[in-house]
Ligand binder design. Sequence first.
Ligand code: ADP
Length: 169
Amino acid sequence: MAGSLTGIYPGTFDPITNGHTDIIHRAAKMLDRLVVGVAVNAGKGPLFDAKERVAHVEEEIAALGNDFAKRISVKNFDNLLVEFAAENNATVIVRGLRAVSDFDYEFQMASMNAKLNADVETVCLMATDKYQFIASRLVKEIAIMGGDVAPFVSERIVRRLLDRVKRPS
Ligand code: ADP
């Protein structure tokens, strides 16, 4: 589509949290098309495999309603982010920025990606205050220790986390 703006929102999404869904929702408002890129390589030992994480992100997007869902797609990727962006004709990389902790890393990554492909612009959306402290890593730790993760993820993800960490009683 001529003049249409496509963005990529990359991440691990292990699991997708309310903070991620908020960024997806807000990014989709600004863009014609958004591709959520689920990184196959999720560091050491992801709780959910890449296929499961894509399915979970798709469920959260479906819950945003058709106006959004029809402009958002979800894909696995395991190549360089700027290459994945080019494959999808995306000129914007969307990232979420929480407090000060994310800044160093995001700044460094944006600079390096700009060196790799100067036509792709990184745009950081400020985390919404109520989701500011949500991190997938902590959600996983809480779920594994038997804590309540309902304030941080959707009901769908709560169920999937409970199924995954279920211990024989
Ligand atoms: P990474 O593995 O790079 O940390 P994540 O899958 O955790 O990736 O997150 C993907 C993107 O979403 C990152 O830009 C991260 O800063 C952002 N993000 C994660 N949690 C939140 C949140 N609670 N609010 C806003 N942005 C977030």
